[in-house]
Design a protein around this ligand. Structure first.
Ligand code: SF4
Length: 355
């Protein structure tokens, strides 16, 4: 390994922080040895907080209807080739009941910005989930909404909110989104969510079109300063009906390298081994855990939702990504030395940034 890479990794371990140029340098010095050192320190950091436990969250894709037109996304409004669906309240509640019976204690309701999901409807849904699944945490991932809306959702009992920032660089953000979408709006939403007491998830794509190592360094600095409780990252994967159809997929190894950096940055961070990672590499879930991740989100959506929530091509909906295969997943985790944890799995605030 290059000596400079080792110096930077040791500095990251000691300070839980690097300057932007140092992050950029660490990314540019990536090789097998530096990845191995980062991985071993990330493992140590994760074990200090969560030991070898992996939290399982039930993912329920509630709608692929979206008013937005993000250039990378397969369910963008202008894609006419998508078979649109929007689950009924009954379908959502019965998915939660199914997950609860399986022992899962976090439900992640994810969807596009679908006007059918009004505040009134969502607050009633959240209240119902909390009543019928009393020990469960409710995580929402429903895009940008007003502060008033987030307040209503929080007051109804929602615990967490995932809203990836996608890139912390305004010019890069503009190259991935239509003109009416602004990074400052995304950041305003994230601050509102945090102020309202949600456990907040940010996150970014690795290898999205026009992305440079400098952009990734900005993402790491953003995570360091904003301090989300969760961070979802996965390789960019093209979808054939989008303007980025011909762009190359992101680099899985770079994604794993970044997972390790994030784990060292905050040993308490809830860090999923994402579906994109599992799609990009056949052993992506376990590789993600080895790199420092500690969350898996098996898909509990009804079949038509699973099949049509197609943000990118080739989405993995089988094996470890499918809640119907929990027994196999438990076995796979045990073989790799992990213990599946079905509890709510809240962020361990007392471990924030410490070892
Ligand atoms: S990324 Fe999200 S907000 Fe953008 S088009 Fe897709 S579902 Fe809508």
């Amino acid at each position: 390994m290059k000596r400079r890479a080792e110096e930077l990794i040791r500095a990251l371990w000691e300070r839980r922080s690097l300057e932007k140029l140092e992050y950029e340098e660490l990314l540019s010095l990536r090789d097998a040895d530096s990845a191995a050192l980062l991985r071993s320190l990330a493992k140590k950091a994760r074990e200090s907080t969560y030991r070898n436990r992996v939290f399982l969250r039930a993912l329920i894709e509630i709608s692929n209807v979206c008013k937005n037109d993000c250039l990378y996304c397969g369910v963008r409004a202008s894609n006419k080739n998508v078979c649109r669906f929007s689950l009924t309240d009954e379908e959502i509640l019965s998915s939660c009941a199914e997950g609860y019976a399986l022992g899962l204690r976090t439900f992640v309701l994810q969807g596009g910005e679908d006007a059918r999901f009004t505040d009134k409807r969502l607050t009633s849904l959240i209240t119902n989930i909390k009543r019928t699944c009393p020990e469960a945490a409710v995580t929402l991932s429903l895009g940008e909404r007003s502060r008033k809306s987030y307040t209503a959702l929080r007051n109804a009992g929602a615990d967490r909110y995932l809203l990836r920032h996608e890139t912390a660089n305004a010019a890069h953000y503009a190259s991935l989104h239509p003109e009416n979408m602004r990074l400052e709006t995304r950041m305003r939403c994230l601050s509102d969510l945090k102020e309202l007491g949600f456990q907040v998830g940010a996150g970014f794509m690795v290898g999205s079109p026009n992305q440079t190592l400098s952009h990734l360094a900005e993402d790491l600095q953003f995570i360091e300063t904003f301090r989300p409780q969760m961070c979802g990252i996965g390789p960019f994967l093209p979808q054939h009906d989008t303007p980025f159809a011909k762009e190359p997929a992101g680099d899985t190894d770079l994604c794993l390298y970044l997972l390790s950096i994030l784990r060292i940055l905050d040993p308490a961070l809830l860090l999923p081994a994402t579906t994109a990672l599992a799609t990009a590499h056949e052993n992506g879930t376990i590789l993600g855990l080895e790199a420092g991740a500690n969350v898996i989100m098996p898909n509990l959506s009804p079949r038509r939702a699973k099949e049509n929530y197609v943000l990118y091509d080739g989405k993995k909906i089988t094996g470890d990504q499918n809640a119907a295969n929990l027994e196999t997943l438990k076995q796979t985790l045990a073989t790799a030395g992990y213990v599946p944890d079905f509890s709510r799995g809240d962020y361990r605030k007392e471990h924030h940034g410490t070892l």
